[in-house]
Design a protein around this ligand. Structure first.
Ligand code: BMA
Length: 353
């Protein structure tokens, strides 16, 4: 049950993980050991690259009085256990961010009160809704990014060191924007964030861009990374999912791709590999989805047919990845994959456009 969280500070200074050279060829993920990662072996005969946890959904529809769904949420390894920043839908149908704790990454104890943040100017500190959080460790700080209400959806940022006090920073972008996802270390001296400029409604378009910042406050040099299109499953819009995973071969990015059919949107999960030094360069991109709504808890709920990944816990030595995803805007679910298998899949099922 040992969790070793190596400081990203070394990476920021040297641009390289400690002992990275020695690990080359042995370990694909450049990260820490999380030996108690939630995990289940791939079922015999399963032909998929990623497979669902047999105990899904891990958070039920009504987890506590006052909540009508917990989904599209963040989870991280924390000391010998796990912490979550959850999207909790209240009974006024408004989503808010709540802290959650788990010993095993599967069973979650969710705080009844929403996270209290301080430090932001009054005009941005009382959003009516906050949703789809991601949590990213950079050096010794943890940054939460989420879709924040400010005259429409935009990207909010807060930081914490202890998950007791949370300092809210300026919003990163003008409205409208969603799916703000930070990289876990500076690249070429700058913080980088992926996002998906959007509209004020159920956005019928959307590409992934990257923006950079010297200080987490001022964001600019916005560049296009990858767009919707290509194959139908990702033809309407795409959005970054969990924090990109650094591998020896590039940044592994899981994302959602959306098709519009005659009954509405269908959200599936794909993946891409971005260049480690210049993430605007897409090296591989899945032309088939990795998983698409199929289980009952993905196809039946408040919004049927939504598979929405928001967090990945990785155990670098074993290459295991546990992905947390929102199912049907109602449940939280888990699926698993092995990094090398995902990279092989990407190389054999890739179209970059
Ligand atoms: C998006 C976001 C997500 C949601 C998805 C499907 O626009 O609002 O939170 O899961 O739609 O409804």
């Amino acid at each position: 049950m040992e969790t070793i969280l190596e400081p990203y500070a070394n990476v920021a200074k040297s641009g390289m993980w400690p002992k990275e050279k020695e690990m080359a060829g042995k370990q694909t993920i450049l990260g820490s050991s999380v030996s108690n990662i939630p995990w289940e072996e791939k079922p015999k005969g399963c032909a998929e690259v990623a497979w669902r946890y047999s105990g899904n959904p891990i958070i039920p529809r009504y987890p506590f009085p006052g909540a009508q769904g917990v989904y599209n949420s963040a989870a991280i390894a924390w000391k010998d256990a796990f912490l979550g920043v959850m999207r909790v839908e209240h009974r006024d149908s408004m989503p808010r961010l709540h802290l959650a704790r788990s010993a095993d990454g599967i069973h979650w104890d969710i705080e009844r009160e929403k996270i209290h943040m301080t430090g932001a100017p009054a005009d941005i500190s009382h959003p009516a809704y906050t949703y789809d959080p991601r949590v990213c460790r950079i050096d010794d700080e943890y940054y939460i990014t989420w879709c924040n209400d400010y005259h429409g959806p935009t990207i909010g940022i807060a930081r914490t060191r202890d998950f007791k006090s949370f300092e809210q920073l300026e919003n990163a972008f003008l409205p409208y924007n969603r799916n703000g996802v930070l990289f876990p270390r500076k690249i070429n001296g700058m913080y980088l964030m992926l996002s998906r400029p959007s509209d004020n409604g159920h956005t019928p378009f959307g590409d992934i861009y990257v923006s950079e910042s010297p200080d987490m406050m001022h964001w600019g040099r916005h560049r296009w990374v990858m767009g919707r299109g290509g194959q139908w499953w990702q033809s309407t819009k795409i959005g970054a999912g969990p924090i990109p995973i650094e591998t020896t071969q590039g940044w592994l990015l899981f994302y959602h791709g959306v098709i519009t059919n005659c009954n509405g949107f269908i959200y599936s999960m794909g993946a891409a590999l971005l260049d480690r030094d210049d993430p605007t360069k897409v090296l591989y991109r899945s032309n088939e989805y990795i998983l698409s709504p199929a289980a009952d808890y993905e196809t039946v709920g408040f919004t049927p047919n939504v598979f929405f990944p928001c967090a990945a816990v990785c155990d670098a030595p074993s290459g295991r990845i546990a992905l947390y995803y929102g199912a049907a805007d109602t449940y939280t679910a888990l699926c698993f994959c092995q990094v090398d298998e995902v990279l092989d899949f990407l190389k054999t099922h890739s179209t970059v456009f």
